[in-house]
Design a binder for this molecule. Structure first.
Ligand SMILES: Nc1ncnc2c1ncn2[C@@H]1O[C@H](COP(=O)(O)OP(=O)(O)OP(=O)(O)O)[C@@H](O)[C@H]1O
Length: 882
């Protein structure tokens, strides 16, 4: 027993003593010596017995100061012996340890306990005694369990003590060992048993922690699982929780059966005690009867004595007489009196003894009655409570059994499903195994085939690399060939171009303008445009192949072609101007087909939208700039228009021009010649020129220009080293619209305009076709236009015709006549163009040729003369004849 627990027990004993004997007022923390001093004379001990059992015979002695100290203590100890309470020795009270005294008093308290509270306290003490050896804090633990049991079984006041004995509660050591597990379980109030890991539950079950757990804890677990099951209606209890549940219920069953056994034992104990008391009562009754008999005897005795006395009186009288007469009879009388006296005393003594026995018997009866009553009461209460508890527990057991059965069913179901799942998994495993085997085999095959393929790939790679090298060399050859081909193609192109130059063909480029933003009917006459210059036109009123007509030109530009793309094809001709050639570019087409757009560009054109006029002059400046180390160029511009067969200078305020020069001279010498040195000069001049141009509206084109505009660029180049001078000129002509009169819906003034335009254009055609036929008479003089362009069309110039087309289906017939005219023009050979230098060179060559011819003629004459001389001298040998 640890000093602390002993001190606690002593404290409880002191408290109890103070409760039983309030006047004692012993301090709770009183030491062993203070307690000893209090108990030493035995008075307090006897008073306790008196209080607890007022009928106790100790009352007298305790209150009686005459009774000695040792007597009191001995009586107390005798009572203890009688009650079967472990006692102490007198010497223990006098000196040495007070533990046995304290323990004895505690046992006494337990013996006389009559209230639940006291019982629980006593049970606490008793338990403290039993757990003391583990050195834990027994008092607090036991109080905790006492409280716990009260909570677990409300109303079982007397059973508290029994519970503590009956239900084998865990020892603190065990609790210390396993308690944490239940602590963990208690922590599950907010959590879920199903969430507990299986290992934890197994640990709890395997370590016998359930057996050593407090009932409250087990009930807690059981209720917890039940609550959880109730909350999660129809849900299955997890297998491990079901196991724990079964174990907990089994443990509860075990404890209940232990409790029932204990109740039976307790009952037997009480019965034995009752028997003991009954036998004691019988003994006492026998004693009483004996004493009664004795009393009877005693009462009989005086009668006998009286009778005897009577006899004696007679005898006395006789004896007195004898005494009187005989002295020895006196002696006998006194003896008798003495005897009587002694008998009287004995009788008194017997009466007293009898009274005492009666009192004792009454006390014992009372005691027996009390004990019997208490026992009966206790038994009844215990039985009732046990019955109630058993009923509750049986109910609970039934519930638990039901739940257990459910759980077992569920477990069975789970086991079955587990079994079936196991089987299916085994099946699956087998399938997977076979699948894996199959896969493995396939993999092996694949591996071997992969090896073979690898080998094959390596070989193929080798072959491929060889072939690749071979191919590379071949490709190189092909690339070279392709390069050569391009070279050859270029060469061919050049040759073709040269051939064209030599033949002097008019180059015809066709350009189709796009549909204008305002044009709603977008039915196009253009069927197809080929790269090689082929254009297919479809008649909208004649669908199919019959309505189609194909034309071939040098190039056809589609609606998407840009100004730059168009100029790119013209550029080499423009360049040839600085080499001393005459170049004539004219745009031909019906009104609104885009002639002005191509030649000049749209109103307020950006640099990208510049027309041929600007781009050509720009290019001329660029080339002249590039050649400035060798050549010095002078560029001048004339700008005239032919309106109603009248030539007008567009760069001067003078109205008319009457003189038109002969071929090889200036076409319009009267027109102002404006030297220009930069593109901006040209732009300014053109602005002036176009402002002066006659412009009037027609039904077909709101800005239709009704005159032919001719921009002539004169280039004079002088070689700075040789001093050679070259002349070239470039005619940029924007013809008036070529539409037929009836379509223009014009009358009067406008009709005359249209007639003039048509006349000049047909004159142009006549000139071109006369040239094509190599006719001796070329009708240049038929119109002002042909007169002005005589030098440009006469065979010394490179001529480019830009045929403009409106793709709209409504313009089909106009487009057809334009294209037919252009087709005829494209076949015209004007003869090889010549530069001003070449002309001179040819003349010189002709002169040389003529002189050479003269020399050859001279030589021929000489040969002839020599031949005739040889004929005259036949003896000359054969070799000398040559
Ligand atoms: N390639 C093109 N891209 C965009 N718009 C174009 C193109 N060609 C012509 N146009 C537009 O078509 C309209 C008519 O063009 P343009 O005035 O150049 O015709 P035209 O043949 O000169 O007419 P006219 O004979 O009456 O002088 C203009 O609004 C012009 O901007």
């Amino acid at each position: 027993m640890s000093p602390q627990s002993y001190a606690k027990q002593r404290e409880i004993v002191i408290q109890w003593l103070n409760t039983v004997l309030p006047d004692l007022r012993l301090p709770t923390e009183a030491s062993d010596e203070e307690l000893r001093a209090c108990l030493l004379d035995g008075t307090v001990l006897c008073r306790i017995l008196n209080r607890l059992s007022p009928s106790s015979p100790n009352e007298e002695s305790s209150e009686n100061s005459s009774v000695s100290q040792s007597e009191n203590v001995k009586r107390f100890l005798a009572t203890m012996d009688e009650l079967g309470i472990p006692r102490f020795e007198v010497s223990d009270l006098e000196k040495g340890s007070m533990k046995t005294v304290v323990y004895c008093l505690l046992s006494l308290k337990l013996h006389f306990i009559s209230s639940g509270e006291e019982l629980s306290t006593l049970s606490t003490i008793t338990k403290a005694e039993s757990i003391d050896d583990d050195g834990s804090s027994p008092g607090s633990l036991q109080q905790f369990f006492g409280e716990e049991m009260r909570n677990a079984f409300p109303g079982l006041k007397l059973q508290c003590a029994m519970h503590n004995q009956v239900i084998s509660e865990p020892s603190p050591a065990v609790l210390k060992h396993v308690g944490h597990k239940f602590h963990e379980v208690f922590q599950l109030k907010q959590a879920c048993y199903a969430d507990l890991p299986v290992t934890k539950i197994l640990e709890m079950m395997e370590s016998n922690s359930l057996e050593s757990a407090p009932t409250q804890a087990i009930l807690h677990v059981v209720y917890g699982i039940l609550d959880e099951t109730a909350e999660t209606m129809n849900s299955e209890i997890p297998h491990h929780v079901a196991c724990l549940f079964r174990k907990a219920v089994q443990e509860m069953g075990r404890r209940l059966s232990t409790q029932a056994d204990h109740l039976r034992t307790q009952n037997n104990l009480y019965r034995a005690r009752e028997e003991k008391y009954r036998s004691k009562i019988k003994e006492l009754e026998a004693l009483v009867s004996v004493s009664r008999k004795e009393t009877k005897h005693v009462t009989v005795q005086p009668q006998q004595i009286r009778s005897r006395r009577k006899k004696n009186v007679s005898w006395f009288s006789a004896s007195t007489l004898l005494k009187c007469f005989h002295p020895t009879s006196q002696t006998a009388n006194s003896k008798l009196e003495e005897e009587q006296k002694v008998e009287k005393q004995e009788m008194m003594k017997l009466v007293k003894e009898n009274e005492k026995n009666i009192l004792e018997l009454a006390a014992m009866r009372q005691e027996l009655d009390i004990v019997g009553m208490v026992h009966k009461f206790c038994s009844l209460e215990m039985e009732a409570e046990a019955k109630a508890a058993i009923a509750i527990l049986q109910l609970k057991i039934k519930e638990l059994e039901c739940l257990l059965a459910d759980s077992n069913n569920k477990v069975k179901e789970l086991e079955e499903s587990f079994e079936s799942k196991c089987q299916s998994w085994t099946m699956k495993e087998k399938i997977y195994q076979s699948f894996i085997d199959f896969q493995f085999e396939a993999m092996q095959k694949l591996r071997s085939s992969s090896e073979a393929i690898k080998q094959e790939v390596l070989e193929t790679q080798k072959r491929y690399s060889f072939e690749f090298n071979h191919l590379e060399s071949k490709l190189k050859a092909v690339t070279d060939a392709a390069g050569n081909y391009h070279e050859v193609l270029k060469e061919n192109h050049k040759l073709f171009s040269e051939l064209q130059d030599l033949k002097g063909n008019i180059r015809v480029y066709c350009r189709i303008r796009p549909f204008l933003p305002g044009q709603t009917e977008k039915l196009s006459t253009i069927e197809n445009i080929s790269e090689n210059g082929q254009l297919v036109i479809a008649n909208p009123s004649k669908p199919g192949k019959d309505g189609q007509r194909s034309f071939k030109f040098n190039k056809v530009f589609g609606p998407d072609a840009t100004q730059g793309e168009v100029f790119a094809d013209i550029q080499p001709f423009v360049k040839s101007v600085v080499d001393g050639y005459n170049v004539c570019i004219f745009a031909y087409g019906q009104t609104g087909s885009g002639k002005t757009y191509t030649m000049t560009g749209p109103t307020g054109a950006t640099e990208e939208e510049w027309g041929v006029n600007y781009l050509a002059l720009n290019h001329l400046f660029k080339v002249s700039q590039d050649r400035k180390s060798n050549m010095v160029y002078e560029v001048a511009v004339q700008m005239v228009e032919i309106y109603n067969e009248q030539v007008r200078d567009l760069l001067s305020s003078d109205v008319g021009i009457t003189t038109i020069s002969q071929p090889n001279g200036l076409a319009v010498p009267e027109a102002c010649m404006h030297p220009v040195i930069s593109t901006s000069d040209v732009l300014d001049l053109m602005d002036i020129g176009f402002k002066n141009r006659a412009v009037s509206a027609t039904a077909l084109n709101a800005r239709s220009s009704r005159s032919h505009s001719i921009v002539t660029v004169h280039v004079r180049g002088k070689n700075v080293k040789t001093g050679t001078v070259l002349y070239g000129n470039l005619h940029l002509i924007d013809l008036a619209g070529s539409e037929r009169v009836d379509r223009s819906e014009v009358t009067g003034h406008r009709l005359r305009e249209a007639q003039h335009i048509n006349k000049s254009l047909s004159s142009l055609g006549d000139v071109i076709f006369a040239l094509a036929k190599k006719s001796p008479h070329v009708p240049y003089r038929n119109s002002k236009l042909t007169q002005v362009l005589q030098s440009a069309l006469g065979g010394q110039a490179k001529t480019i015709m830009l045929v403009q087309l409106n793709p709209d289906a409504t313009s089909f017939s106009e487009s057809m006549s334009t294209l037919k005219f252009a087709e005829r023009v494209s076949g015209v050979e004007l003869g090889a163009a010549q530069s001003s230098k070449e002309e001179k060179d040819v003349r010189e060559l002709l002169e040389q040729m003529a002189s050479l011819k003269d020399k050859i003629a001279e030589k021929d004459e000489e040969i002839r003369r020599l031949k005739s001389l040889r004929d005259l001298k036949p003896r000359i040998p054969q070799q000398h004849q040559l």
